[in-house]
Design a protein around this ligand. Sequence first.
Ligand SMILES: [Zn+2]
Length: 307
Amino acid sequence: MTSSTLKRCMSPMGTEDGKRVKRDSLSKLTDKFMVVRGRLHQLSSSSPNKENVPPKESTKKRRFRVVNVEDRNYYVGALYTLTTNLGLLSETIHIAIDLLDRFLIVQPITIQWLEVVSIACIWIASKFNETQANLEKLRVKQILQQRDRKGNWSWHHVLVIECQILKRLSFRIIHPTMLSRYQRQVADGKISQLDQAHTADAHYFLDLTLLDATFHTFKPLDVLEAISFLSTKFQPDQSFDELESRLREPITRFFFLHLKIQQELLDGNKLHKALHCKHGDMMSTTWQLKAANIECACRLCAVPAVA
Ligand SMILES: [Zn+2]
């Protein structure tokens, strides 16, 4: 074989092969996406011959289990950190997580798809809510693309899933989030303007609503009233007994989540570190988060605050 034939074999065919492999994996992905979903539903709702399933089969089933609330909460914690460190606007982060939650309702997915679906949601929300200049300045696409080194997906997968998400949600990206409802209430004068520390507290609680799917089970207006109470009237030694019962549950949930995250931060757990980086310094003494490791090199901490 001459060096020129070798060259021909290696370069153009290599690219073609690469394209074919990508195409194949892409079509496999889309097939899998629909088929796996259908199969999984049959498996989890009605297990045909339970006794006859060999042990290997049941391990396989666990690997392909549908995303549950714990998976969702854990992933949203990681997503919150990723998007906050990227420097995206709070609105963009709330839109991205709202897209993810709405998609998971209409299209249950298995655990191995959660990362790529989450990245697609961030990408849709970023394109929708951030300016082109900001997307470029923050290098959003490049940073999201870098994540495929850790996962078993490529950017092509993200684009395929992006179409799936938009189709399944009938292209409705605009949808009320807890943050947009809060902003509307402030604009309408239903929530009074707060000082800087109390505003930071309110925004911290708004972000907490992302991290626990339980907040979806409460009425949004009750959650907003709970946030308003916690960021203005709450006293550390206060009993929750005098509160209206509709507010007691969301308030207890916030309280529980706050204590859990505070303890994690003191233990040096980094899952919710971004909450501290974003809100920590500005919050009131009542709620201010303390972290074990004060030194942080994340994008938020590295950029000095504008005075
Ligand atoms: Zn930081």
